[in-house]
Design a protein around this ligand. Structure first.
Ligand code: DLL
Length: 444
C-alpha cells in the first residue's frame, strides 16, 4: 500500500525518497492537481470553508494555477477552537481511523483527524524524513517522543518502521530506563525533543555512561525551537549527528519538513504540503527568500484539509538548490514564533536569543528559564541559568565572574540589561517533552 502511494507521488519510482527528487516541473504539476482536488474537497465538505469562499465570490474553479492560492482565505488556530471538536472534518467518522489533539496553552484543545490514507501519507513523509536523516534498515531507533495525543510519538513510530528500522517505543520520561536501553540495546538513532535529550545527556553522565562510546550515531530532534549552539553542544556531548525536523498537528504532525545531511535548512515535503511565506502583520505573500510567517496548505489530507493555515512560525523559503539533490524547497530553521515575542523596555525579545547568548558562555548548562513579571505597568525579565557543579561552589569570585560574562553575552545580543540569577545544578525543572522556557507571571 505504501509503495502504491509512493508510485503515485513519484510517477513510478520505487525508493522511499524518490518523490524528494522529482523534476521541478513535475512537482509543480502534482501540486496544482492536488491543490485543485483539496480545495474542491474542502468546499464540498467543510461548511466554514464554503462560506468563506462564497463571501469572496470564489469557487474551486478559480484555482487555475499555484499562484491562485493567494486568492483563498487563511485558516487560523481559532477556527479550530471555534469549531471544536470536529467542525473542520471533511470525512464522515466512518472514514476516520485516528484522532490526535494538541493542548496549547489556553482553552480547549484542537483536534485533528486522519483517514487510513492520511495515516499512510504521514507514514510516507516520516519515512522520507528518516531517510533524509540517514536512517536505514538495520538501525535501532529509540523513540523518546511522547506517545499519546501528541503527534510526535506515533508519527515518528510509523515512519521509522516503514523504513525498516527497529523501533523502541519508550516515549518521554523515565530517564534512567532510557539510558539503560540506549546502552543495552545498542541503539543507533534517537528521536526526542532537544530539551529532553539534553536532560538524557546529563543523566548519562550521572550514571557513568559515556554516550560517545555507544553505537548511537544520529539524533532526530524537533517539536520546539533549538539553536545551532544547542546543536553543537548536543553533537559534542553525545558524539552524534543531530538533525532538525519540523511539523505541527494541524498539518499532520512531524513529517512536514526535515533537514538532510547538508544541514542547511529543512526540505518541505512539498508534494503533500504547500508552503508560503506571508507578512505576519499585513497577511500579504512575501517573495521567496524573505523572512515571514509560514503558511501551509495540506495537498492530500482527506479527513481534515487545512487550506492556507497560518502557523505563526517565522522562517524564510530558501530557493537555491540543495547539495543533496532534492528538488524540494527548503525553509530556514525555525527559531521563533510570531506569538512568543515579548517586549522588554521597548525591545523585542525572543527566548531563542537568550539561549544563543547562554550557549556562548562556558560554565553554563543549557538549562534556563525566563521569568516575566510586571511592576508598575512595566514588563521585567529575569533569566535563571543553571551552572555546572564545579562553578556552583562557594567560590564567590568564580560565580561573580561567570555572572558578568553571561550578563555581557545577553546584553550583547538583546541590547538591554536584564535580571540574571545563577542557580545550582538541577534547580530548573527538566523537560520530558517540550521545554517550558518562559514563565509568565505578568498577570499573576
Ligand atoms: O510538535 C509535531 C512534531 C513532533 C514536530 C515531533 C517535530 C517532531 P505540535 O505539538 O502541534 O506538533 O507543535 C507544533 O511546534 O508550530 C512550532 O512552533 C514548533 N516546532 C515543531 N518542530 C519545530 C522545530 C509538533 N523543528 C509547533 N523547530 C510548531 C522549531 C518547532 N519549532
Amino acid at each position: 500500500m505504501l509503495k502504491e502511494r509512493w508510485n503515485d507521488a513519484a510517477g513510478g519510482f520505487h525508493s522511499v525518497s524518490a518523490p524528494d527528487f522529482l523534476p521541478e516541473a513535475q512537482l509543480r504539476e502534482v501540486q496544482l492537481r492536488r491543490l485543485q482536488a483539496i480545495v474542491t474537497r474542502a468546499w464540498k465538505n467543510v461548511p466554514l470553508f464554503r462560506q468563506r469562499l462564497d463571501e469572496r465570490g470564489l469557487t474551486p474553479d478559480d484555482i487555475q494555477s499555484l499562484a491562485d492560492i493567494a486568492k483563498l482565505p487563511f485558516t487560523v488556530k481559532t477556527d479550530l477552537r471555534d469549531t471544536y471538536p470536529f467542525g473542520l472534518f471533511a470525512s464522515p467518522m466512518e472514514d476516520v481511523v485516528r484522532l490526535h489533539a494538541s493542548s496549547g496553552t489556553t482553552g480547549k484543545p484542537i483536534v485533528v483527524a486522519y483517514t487510513e490514507e492520511d495515516v499512510q501519507v504521514w507514514t510516507e513523509v516520516m519515512a522520507r524524513t528518516f531517510a533524509a536523516c540517514t536512517l536505514h534498515r538495520g538501525d535501532i531507533m529509540q523513540n523518546s517522543f511522547g506517545y499519546g495525543l501528541f503527534t510526535g510519538g506515533l508519527g515518528t513510530h510509523y515512519g521509522a518502521e516503514a523504513l525498516g528500522a527497529a523501533v523502541i517505543p519508550v516515549s518521554g520520561g523515565n530517564t534512567e530506563r532510557q539510558i539503560m536501553l540506549l546502552r543495552d540495546f545498542g541503539v543507533t538513532a534517537i528521536c526526542a525533543t532537544p530539551s529532553f535529550f539534553v536532560h538524557l545527556v546529563d543523566k548519562a553522565i550521572e550514571m557513568g555512561v559515556d554516550l560517545k562510546t555507544l553505537p548511537l550515531r544520529v539524533g532526530v530532534f524537533g517539536a520546539e525551537p533549538w539553536t545551532d549552539g544547542m546543536r553543537e553542544r548536543i553533537q559534542i556531548d553525545a558524539g552524534i549527528e543531530a538533525f532538525d525536523i519540523y511539523g505541527l498537528s494541524e498539518i499532520t504532525g512531524p513529517g512536514v519538513a526535515s533537514e538532510c545531511s547538508e544541514h542547511e535548512g529543512l526540505h518541505v515535503f512539498e508534494d503533500h504540503f504547500y508552503p508560503e511565506i506571508i507578512d505576519p502583520v499585513t497577511g500579504q505573500p512575501l517573495p521567496d527568500g524573505e523572512e515571514g510567517e509560514l503558511v501551509l496548505t495540506t495537498l492530500s489530507k482527506k479527513a481534515m484539509p487545512m487550506i492556507r493555515y497560518r502557523t505563526r512560525d517565522i522562517t524564510a523559503i530558501i530557493t537555491e538548490r540543495c547539495g543533496c539533490g532534492r528538488t524540494l524547497r527548503r525553509i530556514r530553521r525555525i527559531s521563533r514564533r510570531s506569538d512568543d515575542m515579548f517586549i522588554i523596555r521597548g525591545v523585542n525579545v525572543f527566548p531563542s536569543q537568550v539561549e544563543a547568548a547562554l550557549l556562548q558562555v562556558e560554565g553554563t548548562l543549557p538549562h534556563y528559564q525566563i521569568i516575566l513579571t510586571r511592576t508598575q505597568g512595566l514588563d521585567q525579565m529575569t533569566v535563571e541559568v543553571e551552572v555546572t557543579p564545579e562553578v556552583f561552589s562557594d567560590k564567590v569570585r568564580a560565580m561573580e565572574e561567570l555572572r558578568s560574562r553571561i550578563a555581557h553575552a545577553i546584553e550583547h545580543i538583546l541590547g538591554i540589561r536584564v535580571g540574571l540569577r545563577l542557580v545550582g545544578p538541577h534547580s530548573i525543572p527538566r523537560s520530558e517533552g517540550k521545554a517550558r522556557r518562559v514563565i509568565d507571571k505578568r498577570n499573576d
